[in-house]
Design a protein around this ligand. Structure first.
Ligand SMILES: [Zn+2]
Length: 252
């Protein structure tokens, strides 16, 4: 991190703070923050303040994004990097928020060279070095997903190129152990989806290894005990990667 960035961050932290009432309201609205120690909450509040200072929020099509919404997004985005720091997300600044799910135009060329164009409905999207796009409705009302953690997990995954389900691992982590844990979990999951079995994770996780990583990262933070019970090897790798042990702090 350059001296200028360090200086700017110190200045933001010295001159600004998140209002107590706003902070208490956002913490109370996110049950998966329970169990964080006072020191971890202090760190999360500091990261969220820097996040708000460094990212530019835009409401799409005139969507009126207020301070509480921005803070909620910032806090959820900062939780995965609580022990890693904001710079893991790379150098980009824009967050676009839609009122609800949004349509994107997809253009795909098949093996015969035929181009297929269609609209796809999304709750979130993230681009390498580009913006994160979110549906506020999905962020608040989708009970079985966390679209903010999902999209920011993609950002972490993209830190070493294409989203492929493996972010840059820390020194001391074993790439082979990561691959073995995720491959076996992903293959088992895809098999269950193919056979139309009810799955605990959103079947969307079967789309690609990158989606599996993003979906299981949501579960790691929101339902860690169940994640550890069902996917102990993956849980262990996520614990090493995120440098957090949410099952240890959240009641089962
Ligand atoms: Zn995704």
């Amino acid at each position: 991190m350059g001296w200028l960035k360090i200086w700017r961050r110190r200045r933001v932290l010295a001159r600004h703070r998140i209002d107590d009432a706003a902070w208490n309201a956002v913490v109370a609205s996110l049950p998966f923050l329970r169990g964080l120690s006072a020191e971890e909450l202090r760190r999360l509040r500091e990261l969220a303040l820097l996040f708000l200072a460094e990212k530019q929020f835009t409401g799409a099509h005139g969507f009126a994004l207020d301070a509480a919404m921005r803070l909620s997004i910032a806090v959820q985005a900062c939780l995965p990097v609580l022990a890693l720091g904001l710079d893991r997300y790379g150098d980009w600044s824009e967050i676009v928020v839609h009122a609800g799910d949004f349509k994107v135009q997809i253009s795909e060329t098949d093996d015969h060279g035929v181009v297929h164009e269609f609209d796809d409905e999304r709750a979130g999207e993230s681009w390498p070095r580009g913006p994160v796009v979110l549906s506020w409705d999905a962020a608040v009302h989708a009970p079985d997903m966390n679209v903010v953690i999902h999209e920011f997990a993609h950002k972490l995954d993209m830190a070493n190129g294409e989203a492929d389900g493996m972010p840059p691992l820390h020194s001391g982590m074993d790439r082979r152990v990561w691959v073995a844990a995720f491959r076996s979990a992903y293959e088992g999951f895809c098999d269950a989806v193919d056979r139309d079995k009810a799955t605990w994770l959103d079947p969307y996780a079967a789309e690609a290894p990158a989606e599996f990583f993003a979906v299981i990262s949501e579960a790691f933070f929101e339902s860690p005990n169940e994640t550890r019970r069902r996917y102990p090897d993956v849980y262990e790798q996520l614990k090493l990667y995120y440098r957090q042990d949410p099952a240890n702090r959240l009641p089962s």
